[in-house]
Design a binder for this molecule. Structure first.
Ligand SMILES: C[S@@+](CC[C@H](N)C(=O)[O-])C[C@H]1O[C@@H](n2cnc3c(N)ncnc32)[C@H](O)[C@@H]1O
Length: 235
């Protein structure tokens, strides 16, 4: 049974905790403007998009893909609070790291990651319309909190995109079905063994066993839905 929609009071509490009073007020005003323009029947936009004038949620699938679309899941963006909680568990200096989002969709996680001091951010997305939407969102996003502006969106199949030989925070938010996730875990592992360097995997979804079984990934934090692994190469 789907969870009941949160009440207005619960949404307010969550927003106040995450955004603080000023940003919550700005989102509230943006929602009021949206309702005046489109009416009450229009679908409720996500607070992230109201705040930044982006659209990170409207597409669920693309019609044109690179690679085998059947091995991947559709698009659903990460929840902003879940992303912040996940990042809070990554207790390391992020400046030497490149953040790689495998299955970057409309780019919400890329934009959220850009509020952290990564060296570089790359999103790999195989759906053409999703990739194009991420590019538009990137161009539109203005946030004084942004700390990394070296952001690149690549239209490619994750299975064939070459993994860079630099320290990486790999981010997987339910992008693949199990056979493809196993393939990607093997590719990530092979890349890290060939060019030893610090790396983390942030995994969102119910297939964390894939990382546990891959060998060399040590779990450093987890919640019901998310897991952080640090690369610890076998001796
Ligand atoms: C659940 S969404 C995650 C979106 C985004 N990473 C986020 O956290 O908000 C998963 C994305 O993976 C993409 N995807 C699935 N298979 C892929 C593949 N082989 N290569 C690249 N992207 C893929 C889908 O098109 C979808 O946009």
């Amino acid at each position: 049974m789907p969870a009941p929609a949160p009440t207005l009071a619960a949404r307010m509490r969550r927003s106040l905790g995450y955004r603080g009073p000023w940003r919550t007020l700005r989102v509230g005003l943006a929602l009021a403007r949206y309702r005046l323009r489109y009416g009450l029947a229009a679908p409720r936009p996500h607070a992230f998009d109201l705040e930044f004038g982006t659209d990170t949620v409207s597409l669920t699938r693309a019609t044109e893909h690179r690679g085998d679309a059947a091995l991947g899941n559709g698009h659903e963006p990460i929840d902003t609070v879940d992303f912040a909680n996940l990042m809070a568990g990554l207790n390391t200096d992020l400046r030497p790291f490149t953040f790689v989002d495998f299955g970057s969709g409309q780019g919400r996680a890329l934009l959220l990651a850009s509020n952290y001091p990564f060296e570089r951010i790359v999103g790999v997305e195989h759906g053409l319309e999703l990739h194009q939407s991420a590019l538009a969102n990137l161009a539109r996003y203005r946030n004084p909190r942004q700390r990394c502006r070296a952001i690149e969106c690549v239209w490619a199949d994750a299975a064939s995109w070459e993994i860079p030989a630099v320290p990486v925070v790999f981010y997987f938010c339910e992008p693949f079905r199990e056979p493809m996730l196993r393939r990607m875990a093997a590719r990530v592992r092979a890349s890290l063994r060939a060019a030893p360097r610090p790396a983390y995997v942030l995994y969102v979804g119910e297939l964390r066993r894939v990382w546990e079984e891959a060998g060399g990934f040590e779990r450093v934090a987890s919640s019901y839905w998310t897991c952080i692994f640090r690369w610890r190469p076998p001796a």
